[in-house]
Design a protein around this ligand. Structure first.
Ligand SMILES: [Cu+2]
Length: 253
């Protein structure tokens, strides 16, 4: 009976659950204040980050975001995010390591071509560098659903991407057995001497991006992302809850 109940809800999910499923977007807003040149093409200035998160994102498993959901076996993220075989009715071909994840945070850039909200200098681009991270097991990915893209970014401290300024919600993951508690990652946003030429979405992480250097005429800014992992209810409790709900449903009939 339990197996039937689980299968009744099992379904292929065609996109990784995003901020709408997780409680909404939380976005640091990046601007450039121009101190030399023009607002439309500054030659010196300062990066500002306005950020006042209303809550702390929680990393959770696919089963917690979308109970009974599993990914196509050819999905690039399936191996990381797919649940173990049988969990939520996940078939063996669609199973994965059940990582916890969240992408509520999204880097956002605003410009108006004015001195206070200057453009990115011509021939330059914005860049984001991982400055510090609380745990090496906290990983980050650039996701592209249509492109079947799930590429690790910021794979070590000092790793960086060039960013085209579009709202970019990179994913953060932890192993399914990550201890409950707080996690964090701090990033430096800076102006790079290199233009954006990426073809992997809003972030570029090829050799040119990884080795791009800072335009030191622009002061950089830092932002810290905080996350939490809450203790997962044990499968025994879930099983108990399932039986209880079946009994209640039966009684209602
Ligand atoms: Cu957003």
């Amino acid at each position: 009976m339990l197996a039937l109940a689980a299968n009744a809800h099992a379904a292929l999910i065609t996109a990784v659950p995003g901020p709408d499923d997780q409680g909404g977007m939380i976005m640091p807003m990046v601007t450039i204040t121009s101190t030399a040149g023009t607002g439309s093409n500054p030659t010196a200035g300062t990066i500002n980050i306005s950020f006042s998160p209303s809550s702390t994102p929680i990393l959770k498993s696919t089963q917690e975001w979308v109970p009974g959901g599993w990914y196509d076996e050819s999905a690039a993220w399936r191996a990381d995010l797919g649940s173990a075989e049988g969990i939520g009715g996940t078939p063996v071909a669609n199973a994965g390591s059940g990582d916890l994840f969240n992408n509520q945070y999204g880097f956002m850039f605003m410009s108006m071509g004015s001195m206070m909200m200057a453009n990115v200098p011509t021939g330059n681009s914005l860049a984001i560098r991982l400055d510090s991270i609380s745990s090496a097991s906290l990983q980050s990915f650039n996701y592209g659903n249509a492109a079947n893209r799930w590429d690790q970014v910021f794979d070590a401290v000092d790793s960086q991407v060039l960013w085209n300024g579009s709202m970019w919600h990179n994913y953060f993951t932890l192993p399914d057995d990550a201890p409950a508690g707080s996690y964090s990652a701090t990033f430096e946003v800076f102006v790079a001497n290199t233009g954006f030429s990426g073809s992997t979405g809003f972030a570029q992480y090829d050799e040119a991006a990884l080795t791009a250097s800072k335009n030191t005429n622009f002061e950089s800014a830092f932002v810290t992302y905080n996350f939490s992992v809450i203790p997962e209810p044990s499968s025994g409790i879930l099983l108990g809850a399932g039986i209880a709900s079946l009994l209640i449903r039966r009684r209602h009939r």
